[in-house]
Write a protein that binds this ligand. Structure first.
Ligand SMILES: Nc1ncnc2c1ncn2[C@@H]1O[C@H](COP(=O)(O)OP(=O)(O)OP(=O)(O)O)[C@@H](O)[C@H]1O
Ligand SMILES: [Mg+2]
Length: 151
């Protein structure tokens, strides 16, 4: 496939994310899930994308000020890019550990803060790149490959 036709087969989605907007929490990832289903993406990949997107979305809502989720879908892969303005993550390795959380008591009472989100994203992704600048924000790049046999 040449670049032109690959480009034509790309689909871009964009969702704004607001801090502590629990009314709309999970909306971006659930809309993504519906769109992927409609596109005929294999259920196992839809499931992995939906989990990864949900955890990344909730992390912006809970830990940052505001952000954006952008999704690019090509025949070969799903790319989920989540960027936020917020406190950033000082120690990414520590944040990745299961059970590590800085969530407040109030957030834990809402059922979040088990410290499982980032490790869940890692498990669902074929590739995960986390970049973060303290006091500025965080950027997650999540890739889920679509195998030739799935297309
Ligand atoms: N977008 C972000 N901005 C700033 N800090 C973050 C962000 N995402 C994660 N973190 C930090 O990394 C920690 C671990 O994140 P993780 O998603 O694994 O757990 P959690 O959000 O605390 O709990 P859970 O996801 O299980 O509800 C968070 O507690 C927070 O300190
Ligand atoms: Mg989380």
């Amino acid at each position: 496939m040449n670049e032109q036709s690959r480009e034509e087969q790309s689909l871009f989605l964009e969702f704004p994310l607001e801090s502590l907007d629990f009314m709309r929490a999970g909306e971006a990832s659930s809309e993504l899930k519906q769109r992927l289903k409609k596109l005929g993406v294999k259920p196992e990949l839809v499931r992995r994308a939906a989990i990864a997107a949900y955890e990344a979305e909730m992390n912006v809502i809970i830990h940052a000020r505001k952000g954006t989720m952008r999704v690019e879908i090509t025949p070969a892969r799903l790319l989920i890019l989540v960027e936020d303005e917020g406190p950033g993550i000082i120690d990414i390795e520590q944040a990745m550990q299961e059970g590590f959380s800085t969530a407040s008591q109030a957030i834990r009472e809402l059922g979040f803060g088990a410290g499982m989100g980032l490790s869940n994203i890692k498990r669902c992704a074929d590739d995960l790149v986390i970049q973060s600048t303290p006091d500025q924000g965080t950027r997650l790049q999540i890739t889920i490959n679509i195998e030739k046999s799935d297309r």
